[in-house]
Each structure stands twice: as structure tokens, then as C-alpha cells.
Design a protein around this ligand. Structure first.
Ligand SMILES: NC(=O)c1ccc[n+]([C@@H]2O[C@H](COP(=O)([O-])OP(=O)(O)OC[C@H]3O[C@@H](n4cnc5c(N)ncnc54)[C@H](OP(=O)(O)O)[C@@H]3O)[C@@H](O)[C@H]2O)c1
Length: 340
């Protein structure tokens, strides 16, 4: 057994769109494990748009990744060595890990053993992982979803957006509209994922007009994954007591703060008594298993569909990540790093 790991590290803090050359590959010996820690051999590692905000040297709700450090990603792997009684050698786990051949659990944070269910393990990084949990708790806790709501989802063909739209439909939304960046994505949303309408924001010259035609009664819940310009566009179409879920800001992550679109239509908050709230899905960890059980049944019954693209090999991590900001992913983007 090898006692070293290969990882992808950040060369320097990133400005603007990330490039493959912002990353480099390094090797290191396994660390000496302390009490409560374990090391797992990664099978799959995720690339996540939210990671971009941690690569600029600014600490937000999660600490920034410093140059020279391994980039973080969610991982699925098998425990190799453990000093933690809850995780034994051989256990399959999902955890907050690294873009690496191995992930080290530091003793606290996000990790759990994969349940023994007849569902592909990779789904615990997608529709049943952090993206799917973001959809579920975004709608329920932040969006205060109610049967009969009219829902609008941005970046709707991504794992968060696609799952949110389908859950809303399944729970009794009056209508679900998605916004996405290609005809192929829009067609999949309406033909396979059960969205009522999908708008291609890249070819639509009058986005506000297209949204108001798709949502003639207005929007009760905006599930926003992209950022301020989109929220500002939708604000005048929000219904009385509407809710805006600030899930992510993929369109803004690469733009310096001073150049970002501001939210100008703030009068709508007063006129329509709107609520806008941010989500950090880790606040909902105690309830993940309940949500996963509910969603696993929907998946097994074919009522919750998903797409994933799996790249092969650690060396593909930087390009898989950079592709997220060019709309290259269609569904969950994962990298298979191990030989298992
Ligand atoms: N708050 C939380 O706890 C939490 C947890 C997990 C994820 N999130 C957030 O949820 C959001 C969605 O995550 P995800 O994993 O499902 O990723 P995702 O939506 O698949 O993100 C990548 C997609 O974003 C779209 N995109 C890229 N650049 C864009 C731009 N400039 N303007 C508009 N759209 C753009 C592209 O789709 P198109 O082809 O449609 O443009 C691309 O395929 C992210 O912002 C993420 O940070 C939040």
C-alpha cells in the first residue's frame, strides 16, 4: 500500500475566470493521524461552483483555500486507516474532502457513512448529496414552500436547480419554470424533469418579458443560483409574500465586488412584502438522512431524475472545475480518481 497522496493545489489566488494553469499537482506523505481523524482513498471527487469564492483569498462563510494548499471538494471513498471509532477501515464514506487521491477527515465537519442501499454511490455527491440537500432545504426551510406556489429556478439544469424544480413539482407547485443556458438543457428540463417551462437566457433578448410570459401569475418562490442581476430582473414579478432563496451566485463569483450588478428594485420588497434569505446547507446536516430517504424513494420510483458527468482521473479536476463557469456541465460534474 502506498503511503503518499497526490493532490491538486492552488498556485495563487484567482482573479476572474479560473484557468487550468491556476492549479498544479503535488505529492505528499500521509499525515500522522490524530485522535478522531481518518484517511480515505477517494473514489469520486466533486467540482463545485461555490468553491470559486474560496479561491480569491477572501474568507466568506467557509475559509479560503491558500496558495499551496489542496483545493477542497466533496468526496466519496473507502476508509484506509482510522483513529475514529465511528469510522472503521473499509467503510464507504462521503465527506468534505480534497481534490486528491485521498481525503483526510480532521475530526469534525461533514462526513457520514454511505447507507447500504441499491443506489449508485456517486448520487451521494449529487442529487442525494450537498446539491440535492441544498434544493430540499432551500425550498423547505428558506423558501417556506407551500402547495400551489409558482416557482422560478435559475441555473435550472445544474444539480441544485434541477432537483429543486422537480421537488417543487412533486410537492404540488402550481408551476415550475427553469432558466438555463442552452436549448439542450431547456429541452431536458421540460421533457425529462417535468418543468412546465424553460427559458434559454443566452438566446432570449428580453429575459424579463420571457419570464413574465412563462409566469403570468407571478413568482412565489425564486430559487436563485446565479446572482444579483437575475434577482433584480425577477423582483418586479414576485407575488405578494414571495420568497427569494439566495442559494448561490455563480454569475458573480468571478466578478470583482465593485463590478457586480446591484439589486435596484428594492421597492418591491416593501410593496410585495418579500423575504430574501441566504442558505448554508450545512445548517441542515441533522436532517439530511430524512431528506435522503424521502428522495431515494422518488429516485427508485423514477420520479426524481438527474444527470451526471463523470471525468476520469485526478488530472481532469482543473478542467472539470473551469468548465462549470462556461456552462459545460449538464448536471453534476464529478471526477473518478481511484482505481476500484
Ligand atoms: N448555499 C448553499 O449551501 C449551497 C450549497 C451547494 C451549492 N450552492 C450553490 O448552488 C448553485 C448551483 O450549484 P450546482 O452545483 O447546481 O452548479 P450548477 O448550477 O451546475 O453551476 C454551473 C452552471 O452554472 C451556470 N452558469 C455558469 N456561469 C454562469 C453565468 N455567468 N450566469 C448564469 N449561469 C451561469 C451554467 O449553466 P447554464 O448553461 O444554464 O448557464 C453552469 O453549467 C451554485 O451557485 C452553488 O454555489 C449553494
Amino acid at each position: 500500500m502506498t503511503n503518499s497522496m497526490r493532490y491538486v493545489s492552488l498556485k495563487a489566488n484567482i482573479d476572474g475566470l479560473p484557468k487550468e494553469s491556476d492549479f498544479e499537482f503535488k505529492d505528499a506523505p500521509f499525515p500522522e493521524l490524530k485522535e478522531s481523524q481518518f484517511i480515505a482513498e477517494n473514489h469520486f471527487v466533486s467540482v463545485d461552483p461555490g468553491m470559486r469564492s474560496r479561491l480569491s483569498g477572501v474568507t466568506g462563510y467557509a475559509p479560503c483555500v491558500k496558495p499551496g494548499e489542496a483545493v477542497s471538494g466533496f468526496a466519496i471513498g473507502r476508509v484506509l486507516e482510522s483513529c475514529n471509532a465511528a469510522y472503521k477501515k473499509g467503510d464507504m464514506v462521503t465527506m468534505g474532502g480534497s481534490w486528491a487521491s485521498h481525503s483526510v477527515f480532521g475530526g469534525a465537519g461533514f462526513a457520514f457513512k454511505l447507507p447500504e442501499v441499491d443506489i449508485p454511490a456517486s448520487l451521494f455527491l449529487g442529487v442525494l448529496g450537498i446539491p440535492g440537500m441544498t434544493s430540499y432545504f432551500g425550498l423547505k426551510r428558506i423558501g417556506r414552500f407551500q402547495k400551489g406556489d409558482h416557482i422560478l429556478v435559475t441555473s435550472a439544469a445544474g444539480p441544485v436547480g434541477a432537483t429543486a424544480g422537480q421537488l417543487a413539482k412533486h410537492w404540488g407547485a402550481a408551476s415550475v419554470t427553469g432558466i438555463a443556458g442552452s436549448e439542450e438543457k431547456c429541452n431536458w428540463l421540460t421533457e425529462k424533469a417535468g418543468f412546465d417551462t424553460a427559458i434559454n437566457y443566452k438566446t432570449e433578448s428580453d429575459l424579463a418579458g420571457a419570464i413574465s410570459r412563462a409566469c403570468p401569475e407571478g413568482v412565489d418562490v425564486l430559487f436563485d443560483n446565479v446572482g444579483n442581476a437575475m434577482i433584480d430582473t425577477v423582483l418586479p414579478m414576485m407575488r405578494f409574500n414571495g420568497r427569494i432563496i439566495v442559494s448561490g451566485q455563480t454569475a458573480d463569483y468571478n466578478v470583482p465586488l465593485e463590478e457586480r450588478h446591484g439589486i435596484k428594485n428594492t421597492i418591491e420588497f416593501i410593496a410585495s412584502r418579500l423575504l430574501m434569505q441566504g442558505l448554508v446547507v450545512f445548517d441542515d446536516i441533522p436532517n439530511f438522512v430524512k431528506a435522503q430517504n424521502e428522495m431515494s424513494i422518488l429516485i427508485q420510483e423514477g420520479k426524481l431524475v438527474y444527470k451526471e458527468k463523470i471525468f476520469e482521473g485526478l488530472e481532469t479536476l482543473p478542467s472539470a472545475f473551469c468548465g462549470l463557469f462556461k456552462g459545460e456541465n449538464f448536471g453534476r460534474q464529478l471526477v473518478k480518481v481511484g482505481s476500484f
